[in-house]
Design a protein around this ligand. Structure first.
Ligand SMILES: N[C@@H](CCC(=O)N[C@@H](CS)C(=O)NCC(=O)O)C(=O)O
Length: 228
């Protein structure tokens, strides 16, 4: 069976779904849409997802249009290496972190990385309204990173002994923060993100650990790999 995953390079929801496939070792075909050309708003794509959002998965006639639903389907389709916990306690912990990351970490990351990626990379004039809003967003994001750092502690993965859906969802967000630090260091430093790995040592080690898992490098946003 061919599994097709429609996504946009850099979209965290698509990235988390791809990470689930990598953690499982299940093959899929990634079909990239050009976000800048609004290819996710074409009539053909709207037939798959009238909400014009990615990811969308197609498998054997089934169409799924939500990243977490895709991860849940994958776990049922291929139960080895469970993404949603091997025990009742792990399952609850995975769901809690997945939902918290979707509810809090992802919007907090968007609040910082969207304006930083769109900007010229320079620090903003300190007294501008834009800078005030960005500093407030950076503070919110720092709170979420601190929360995740404490949740992770010195564990290898966020929930249990193996990578789970919680790691997939969180990794895509921390990966975007890291990308902003690497490509827009001055703007990120002006927001207090010049010592991220020092401030969040558990997250830093975890990010590297996940990045070295089989198949994970191939999930990285394609436009990052081209310009890296
Ligand atoms: N709950 C959905 C959210 C999907 C979503 O918001 N996707 C974003 C990328 S992370 C998107 O397609 N954005 C394109 C747009 O809004 O134009 C999921 O988890 O799949």
């Amino acid at each position: 069976m061919t599994i097709i995953l429609h996504t946009i390079s850099g979209a965290p929801c698509g990235w988390r779904a791809m990470l689930g496939f990598a953690f499982k070792g299940v093959d899929y075909e990634a079909h990239y849409l050009q976000g800048s050309k609004r290819e996710h708003e074409t009539p053909a794509f709207l037939q798959l997802n009238p909400r014009a959002k990615v990811p969308v998965m197609e498998a054997d006639g089934l169409v799924l249009r939500d990243s977490i639903a895709i991860l849940a389907w994958l776990d049922s389709f291929h139960p080895e290496r469970p993404l949603f916990g091997a025990t009742t306690a792990e399952t609850a912990a995975v769901w809690q972190i997945v939902l918290e990351c979707c509810e809090y970490l992802q919007p907090a990351t968007n609040g910082v990385v969207f304006p930083v990626f769109a900007g010229d990379g320079c620090a903003l004039a300190p007294d501008s309204q834009e800078a005030g809003e960005l500093h407030s967003a950076a503070e919110t994001l720092n709170g979420e990173c601190a929360f995740l750092e404490t949740t992770l502690g010195d564990k290898t993965f966020l929930c249990g002994p193996a990578p789970s859906a919680a790691d997939a969802v969180a990794y895509a967000e921390i990966g975007r923060i890291q990308r902003a630090i690497e490509t827009k260091p001055d703007a990120m430093a002006s927001l207090g993100y010049d010592r991220f790995d020092h401030n969040y040592p558990h997250l830093a080690a975890w990010r590297i650990r996940i990045s070295r898992l089989p198949g994970v490098a191939a999930t990285a946003p394609v436009h990052w790999r081209v310009s890296a």
